[in-house]
Write a protein of this length. Structure first.
Length: 75
């Protein structure tokens, strides 16, 4: 088995039109944040700029509600 086959193909997805609260632009690089219902992110110490902060997702949050809704449960 090739380890490269196990890499998530969407792991390099870049979202360029995302919006965050203004105070996150002033957060120190490398600090971690939980973005509601999306996952845990850290502020990129290399690619962030004062005008364009960059956050990298480190862990996704499992959405059990979406899974329940797809199966017809939770109604």
């Amino acid at each position: 088995m090739n380890w490269k086959d196990e890499i998530n193909k969407a792991s390099l997805e870049v979202v360029t039109d995302a919006v965050v609260e203004r105070h996150l632009a002033d957060a120190p690089p490398g600090t971690g944040w939980q973005f509601e219902r999306l996952g845990y992110f850290f502020k990129d110490p290399i690619d962030s700029t004062p005008d364009r902060p960059v956050f990298n997702r480190t862990v996704t949050i499992r959405d059990s509600w979406a899974r329940t809704a797809k199966t017809g449960g939770g109604e």
